[in-house]
Design a protein around this ligand. Sequence first.
Ligand code: PEP
Ligand code: MN
Length: 338
Amino acid sequence: MLILMKSNPSKEQVDGVVAKITQLGYKPHLIPGEHDVAVGITGNETALDPETFIALDGVKECIPVTKPYKLAGRAFKKTDTSFQVGNATFGPGSFVVIAGPCAVESEEQTLRIARAVKAAGAAVLRGGAYKPRSSPYAFRGMGVDGLKILKLASKETGLPVITEALDPESLEKVYEYADIIQLGTRNMQNFSLLDLVGKLDKPVMLKRGMSATIEEWLQAAEYIMSGGNTKVILCERGVRSFDTNTRNMVDLGGVLAVRNLSHLPVCVDPSHGTGKRFMVTPMSRAALALGANAVMIDVHDRPAEALCDGPQAILPDEFAELVKTLRQLAPPLGLKLA
Ligand code: PEP
Ligand code: MN
């Protein structure tokens, strides 16, 4: 339920509504507008009766919210969410380019690639230290040593870093070292992990489950937000398809759908989405043209030697060309590259 207050309500009136919600055992969320104030209610397991609130002093209207996600949806918040990470703004008017190796493989490799993506114009550095792999025999990441390398690269380049947490143990470490915590496709519905990141004060990138509907994705975001962490970036990384020409099928229509349903910033990962180097540049251009707020791109200077996902990594030169093009495409669309 969303309670709309009459314009310019007094503090007592708002406090009264908040107190009533709390007294009933629910959670109030103040949503301030320019002249109006709304109070959203979460925590109720069944539909609420508007009569409970309409008689309270200063209340104009009670609107039932039927969607299973509330904080993540536009019913509670119409305007796009915007927040800053380093020099990058995730939100309207801005387009963030995140780039780096799929995995941190060594100090030399990460520093080389970090310098290259920084020089080309990336705003955030990516790199996995804890890698979720289909095979237990594949390279599973450098762990804390990898996080330390990322920190070093961040210090040298000035770029904030994003890296994945796989479980509560790695989350503790990732929280210490990263600027953005990534939750991967395989963990989108790891509800206890979602609860944990919901309690943290660092932005979270929530990748769409490879077979998740948009409703499920937004409910996963709701888990994080209901814990108090509202800095969530949604990332479309492709869904499972029947065709084998691409690794996954990037759901660009889904990006539009989720932008329509939610105020949260949306990133596209064309690297994991397509799995093919030659598709990464055109897909990134499409993401910008479509209204996504960011792209996250795998870059490797020696993709043939990469320990993870070499075939989808673009070379630093290709990446520099891509950023140049994105810089040209952005202004006519009212965007600025972060
Ligand atoms: C990644 O970004 O490194 C990754 C493993 O992605 P996903 O969870 O989308 O497969
Ligand atoms: Mn990868």
